[in-house]
Design a protein around this ligand. Structure first.
Ligand code: MG
Length: 226
């Protein structure tokens, strides 16, 4: 039995057009500037971290962001909900559905960890129909770092299943170098997929156990999980 922890954005789904649109609208509304999420290294970071990074780039004082933090998040969630399609099945990345179908037939515990907030995740899972594949989700709003999120997932999975997951019993699958890095910190098995902004070369430099272009060949990913 393994604990398989999936990142969400650019690993399972591509909702980037909607994140970009929402971020543009948000920064226009609050700070009257043109801002694109792609101007910062957003992948594998929480929404709050990205708001701060993008604001800094646009010379918006940090206190402006901190003061509006709650409102920024709420507004983002509302706009994102308006921007995404009701049926987002076409935004599920290749091989993902097949891989998750295979995983539910194993005794592995499958969970989600993401820098997004609960409301954004709910929108994505409802739109794509992926919700039922995950035992639970750990959110970017619950922990300070990605590593803290992973540790939280391990604790919660242990409590729910009465099993201690350690070392390579924990599998982290993600599209960013940060997914690899936090997995390495706890000696987890790391699987990188190059379906996000970090190139295969960048990902390879962080030495994941496995690196795939995408998950279209889901049987290979399943074999890597073990
Ligand atoms: Mg990601």
């Amino acid at each position: 039995m393994k604990l398989v922890i999936f990142d969400m954005d650019q690993t399972l789904v591509d909702f980037m057009p909607f994140h970009l649109q929402t971020t543009r609208q948000l920064f226009k509304k609050f700070f009257k500037v043109d801002a694109s999420l792609e101007e910062v290294d957003f992948s594998g970071r929480s929404m709050a971290e990205n708001f701060i990074a993008l604001a800094r780039l646009k010379n918006i004082p940090n206190e402006e962001v901190q003061k509006n933090a709650g409102k920024l998040l709420k507004t983002y969630e509302m706009l994102f909900g308006q921007n995404i399609p009701r049926n987002g099945a076409s935004h599920v990345l290749p091989g993902v559905k097949e891989l998750l179908e295979e995983l539910v037939r194993t005794d592995h515990i499958v969970v989600l960890y993401t820098g997004d907030s609960p409301s954004v995740v709910k929108h994505v899972l409802e739109s794509t129909g992926l919700a039922d594949y995950f035992e639970f989700c750990v959110y970017g709003t619950q922990a300070r770092t990605r590593l803290d999120m992973v540790k939280m997932a391990i604790r919660k999975a242990a409590e729910m299943n009465g099993v201690k997951f350690r070392g390579k019993d924990v599998v982290i699958i993600g599209d960013s170098v940060r997914d690899i890095d936090c997995g390495k910190e706890i000696d987890a098995l790391t699987i990188a997929v190059a379906t996000g902004p970090h190139s295969p070369q960048e990902l390879a430099e962080h030495r994941p156990d496995f690196l795939f272009q995408n998950m279209a060949d889901y049987k290979k990913v399943l074999a890597a999980i073990g």
